[in-house]
Design a protein around this ligand. Structure first.
Ligand code: PBG
Length: 327
């Protein structure tokens, strides 16, 4: 009888050996919590399609940020839900707009314990729900939108955001915002470019979370799910324009793009585990069809393994708790 020459199972024989042989690790500082704050409410409102998530009041957002800091995660990404919207998204760069007010409150609450981050996009603030302003024919006007993003970026930096998440997928947005920040004296404000952001079905629950006004879709600016090379091209352009960090979004359906982008750039690469990814696991777990904690942990590890240096995830604080337990 001949014995196998190679025995990879040797490295799996016990918890101690497996621990020593583990290639990838998750630590709390690699997790960023996305959080929603809604103008004009007295109590936090549950988001039904995202069990466990809520639209915060300013007060409950402060508490959530303090808890996130306590949990040792890396940052918090803020999304605003304004009470009033208009065609150009005036609330976005108004210092009294909900997102800017919330940013100042969170920055004051957490100081340097978390990197305070803001979504830089118009969709929450426009009455038509698109990520940019519209031209006369109803199309999204790229260059007119850049001017709005530049103003929004400066307003967010002024409010205390340390990192701006440019999620609108307009051409030239990184360059436009970087230039405006530098001109206004915010040369230290970081830019996270949502470089490869795909137009897909997995943002469904987020639309409820921000009370989205969109009818139609974002296919003229977000990417076609069939394209991988184009994701790398977008990331390279963003790095050239001055992005400090690039991102791939959603995460699990685009792990190939994440790995390709990781190989192509030298800056940090992040991934966004989006609302639909969250809700699918929560729904399956509620039905008793999967082990919730194991599925969440495996999904986060998969995103790390594919090349993400950090992950935006609605489970950030809870997962950080598990990671500390496991140490
Ligand atoms: C745009 C933005 C969206 C998300 C993050 N930033 C919505 C969209 O592009 O339609 C989605 C995040 C998620 O689904 O969790 N401001």
């Amino acid at each position: 009888m001949s014995f196998p020459t190679h025995r990879p199972r040797r490295l799996r024989q016990s918890p101690a050996v497996r621990r020593l042989a583990r290639e990838n690790h998750l630590v709390p500082s690699q997790l960023v919590l996305p959080a929603f704050v809604r103008e004009g409410i007295d109590e936090p409102r549950p988001i039904t399609s995202m069990p466990g998530q809520r639209q915060h009041t300013l007060d409950s957002l402060r508490r959530a940020a303090a808890d996130a800091a306590e949990a040792g995660i890396g940052g918090i990404m803020l999304f605003g839900v304004p009470a009033v919207r208009d065609a150009v998204g005036s609330g976005a760069d108004d210092p009294d707009g909900i997102l800017n007010v919330a940013t100042a409150a969170v920055a004051e609450e957490v100081g340097d314990a978390l990197v305070v981050q803001t979504d830089l996009c118009l969709d929450e603030f426009t009455d038509h729900g698109h990520c940019g302003v519209l031209a006369g024919d109803g199309s999204v006007d790229n260059d007119a939108t850049l001017e709005r993003y530049a103003a929004m970026g400066v307003a967010q930096a002024r409010a205390g955001a340390q990192l701006l998440g440019l999620s609108g997928m307009m051409d030239g947005q990184v360059e436009a915002v970087r230039e405006a920040l530098d001109d206004a004296g915010f040369s230290e404000t970081l830019i996270l470019a949502y470089s490869a952001k795909y137009a897909g079905a997995f943002y469904g629950p987020f639309r409820e979370a921000v009370d989205s006004q969109l009818s139609g879709d974002r296919r003229t600016y977000q990417m076609d799910p069939a394209n991988a090379r184009e994701g790398v091209r977008e990331a390279l352009l963003d790095v050239e324009e001055g992005a400090d960090v690039v991102m791939v979004k959603p995460a699990l359906p685009y792990l190939d793009v994440l790995a390709d982008v990781r190989a192509a750039v030298d800056v940090p690469v992040w991934a966004y585990q989006v609302s639909g990814e969250y809700s699918m696991i929560e729904a399956a777990a509620q039905n008793g069809w999967i082990d919730r904690r194991a599925a969440i942990t495996e999904s986060l590890l998969g995103i790390r393994r594919a090349g993400a240096d950090a992950i935006l995830t609605y489970w950030a604080v809870e997962a950080a708790g598990w990671l500390r337990e496991a140490l």
